[in-house]
Design a protein around this ligand. Structure first.
Ligand SMILES: Nc1nc2c(ncn2[C@@H]2O[C@H](COP(=O)(O)OP(=O)(O)OP(=O)(O)O)[C@@H](O)[C@H]2O)c(=O)[nH]1
Ligand SMILES: [Mg+2]
Length: 643
């Protein structure tokens, strides 16, 4: 059978592809699997509005993110703040026998203080700061003082009643076992203020620019008869880059802009003039950003300032008719559309790049320690969860000996189940080479607290608990701490751990901790240098995309839905070809039919038993199979998506 003759009896009718067209159902018959993942073609009748081409993000954020009001704001004669610390000590918790109770309510009942008013005031203040930001869908974006576990000796009835009264309103009570625990974790997610959620995680949309269209034109000059085709090619679409900006240290700027689109290439012109290239877009991210395909694998890790990765290459410009000139066809009336730019959603995650991470229970003195060893000025206060977001500080030991230290929000026993602030900030320690574990010496059971935090580390990521660490027993200036020091030290020594003691407030012993940490950091660096990995290819994502896009036209899969008599021919190469075909020009039809035949699509369809009148869908085109009268041949009328 001569396939070249199959099209001879073809009649073509264009019809818009209905959006309600039934999709192949579950009994779809798959033939091969070369389906591209990222390439998506869409009807071009609703082009997305073009956004400003200015690079995404400029400048950075302050190093300190703690924005809680100072302790003075709690000013209430009834409120004896100092006595609160004792209430939330981890060592006081007796999870098995006691029931959790809300912090808000505790404040209200014990001190006659309406903490909710405070919370709404803080929310207002915060919202002012973030004006014009509606990404968080009107959720509570303020701070909530009640988001930590609080146990109080009390009857079961009392706890249950409270829970009933509050229903789901505050999302703060965690605890109990089984189902209740699950619920607690879920609720916590919901209650995390937007500023905390967006500090180190965000989702953005990127799209490379579409290529410009090629045009059909002919040379007309006085003394040049039959000047020939002179339509120029379209310009290339703008690329999407991602660049590490040293000045940034959070992903918060992405709350304001989520969409990044490369500029469209200009169309070609007569006299063989090519269109201009579309504008590139550069997305600035902080060092330590991990880029994932939304819900998928890690694509890139951008660690060092100045690194610039090509994420999505712009679409190719369509060829003008000058490019189609050949010996067979000297007056081609054909030009291509520009190639559509690739698009995708990306999940960004920030893992701070610090040498040393400070961890410990809330109120242990972590921020105080950072404030005395570096120029950072984190908020310090005598209530737990003062620090809601990590703070960074640079410690200078000598002219050229510096290290970056991160102070993290406090950790509670059960953080992995969502207690306290949860332990999501622990991921920032994954890149630290050394941990400084601060123990509150003035607490009743320092060793118990120490063990609880170690356990949380291990629950979060066993690799974290294998990192070198220093145990710094703090608040030695207080008698209750110095009294317990010896027993704490001996107990840890018997387990092979060598703790050191200090007082962050009086600064005694802090320098030793720093020197010790610096030594460990240097050791770790020396170890790492031994196995330095080779140069990373930062354009790996773009290369991968290009590879997918350049898929051969004869790689496709055919699926069949017998119910609706529909055949789907899916393949990245074919799809791209359909998208770039400009039906306005008369030679396009012939070229399209030739390609369908040459790539073997017609042959395969025939083999699979396509019948007269069946629908065949290729890319965004819908065609009706029409057997030629003389021979059983494919194709006939073509229906197009609305142009
Ligand atoms: N007496 C004494 N108090 C200290 C010392 N270090 C910290 N504090 C006090 O302990 C309280 C808590 O200190 P922070 O530095 O805010 O504690 P933190 O560990 O950062 O607490 P979170 O951010 O809530 O996790 C403050 O009132 C500090 O003044 C110390 O060495 N001696
Ligand atoms: Mg703190």
């Amino acid at each position: 059978m001569a396939f070249s003759s199959l099209f001879s009896a073809t009649t073509l009718h264009f019809k818009p592809l209905s959006s309600s067209r039934p999709k192949p159902n579950s009994n779809t018959n798959r033939i091969s699997t070369n389906k591209p993942k990222t390439q998506k073609l869409k009807p071009r009748n609703h082009p997305p509005p073009r956004r400003s081409q200015t690079p995404a993000v400029e400048g950075g954020e302050a190093t300190t993110f703690t924005r809680l009001p100072p302790r003075d704001d709690f000013g209430s004669d009834n409120l004896a703040l100092d006595s609160l610390t004792e209430v939330i000590k981890l060592s006081d918790f007796k999870p098995s026998s006691n029931k959790p109770k809300k912090f808000d309510q505790r404040l209200e009942t014990k001190y006659g203080f309406d903490s909710r008013n405070r919370i709404s005031e803080v929310n207002d203040e915060f919202e002012d700061e973030n004006e014009g930001n509606d990404d968080d869908g009107g959720e509570n974006v303020g701070y909530d003082y009640g988001r930590f576990e609080l146990y109080e000796v009390g009857s079961d009835d009392e706890y249950e009643n409270e829970d009933d009264v509050d229903g789901e309103e505050d999302l703060m009570v965690f605890g109990g076992e089984g189902g209740e625990e699950e619920e607690g974790v879920k609720e916590k997610e919901k209650g995390v203020p937007a500023v905390m959620r967006c500090f180190d995680r965000t989702k953005i949309f990127v799209k490379a620019g579409d290529g410009g269209n090629g045009v059909v034109a002919f040379r007309r000059e006085k003394f040049v008869p039959l000047g020939g085709p002179s339509g120029g090619d379209g310009g290339r679409g703008g690329n999407v880059y991602m660049e590490v900006d040293r000045a940034m240290n959070s992903l918060l700027p992405f709350r304001k802009s989520l969409h990044y689109r490369g500029g469209r290439g200009s169309h070609g012109q007569g006299q063989q003039k090519s269109g201009a290239k579309g504008e590139d877009v550069v997305i600035k991210v902080p060092p330590g950003t991990v880029v994932r395909e939304s819900g998928g694998d890690v694509l890139l890790e951008l660690l060092h300032p100045g690194q610039k990765a090509l994420l999505l290459p712009g679409g190719r410009g369509g060829r003008g008719n000058a490019s189609f000139k050949s010996g067979m066809n000297k007056v081609p009336k054909i030009a291509e559309n520009g190639e559509e730019g690739l698009e995708m959603w990306l999940d960004l995650e920030l893992k701070l790049v610090a040498d040393v991470g400070i961890i410990g229970v809330p109120n242990a003195g972590k921020s105080t320690f950072l404030s005395v060893i570096s120029a950072a000025q984190p908020t310090i206060a005598n209530y737990p969860f003062t620090t809601l977001l990590p703070n960074l500080g640079v410690v200078s030991l000598d002219y050229d000996a510096t290290m970056v230290v991160a102070d993290l929000p406090g950790l509670l026993e059960g953080a992995h189940r969502g207690f306290g602030l949860g332990h999501e900030f622990l991921r920032h320690t994954e890149r630290c080479s050394v941990l400084v574990h601060i123990v509150d010496g003035s607490s009743q059971q320092p060793e118990y607290e120490f063990d609880a935090v170690r356990l949380e580390l291990e629950m979060f990521n066993p690799e974290l608990s294998e990192k070198p660490y220093i145990v710094a027993y703090n608040k030695m200036d207080l008698p209750e701490a110095s009294e317990n020091w010896l027993s704490f030290k001996e107990s840890l020594q018997s387990r092979g751990i060598q703790p050191v003691c200090m007082s962050a407030v009086t600064r005694s012993g802090t320098q030793e901790v720093i020197n010790f940490a610096y030594e460990l950091v240097q050791k770790d660096k020396a170890n790492k240098e031994e196995g330095v990995p080779g140069q990373v290819n930062l354009n790996y994502v773009a290369d991968m995309m290009q590879k997918q896009r350049a898929a051969p036209i004869n790689e496709f899969e055919i699926s069949h839905d017998s119910g609706t008599k529909t055949w789907h021919v899916d393949g990245a190469g074919l799809q791209r070809f359909v998208q770039m075909t400009n039906w306005r020009y008369q030679d396009s039809d012939r070229r399209f039919q030739r390609v369908l035949e040459a790539c073997g699509a017609n042959k395969s369809l025939l083999k699979l038993g396509v019948k007269e009148g069946d629908t065949v869908i290729v890319g965004e085109l819908e065609l009706v199979w029409h057997d030629a009268p003389d021979s059983p041949g494919p194709t006939s009328r073509r229906k197009r998506t609305a142009e």
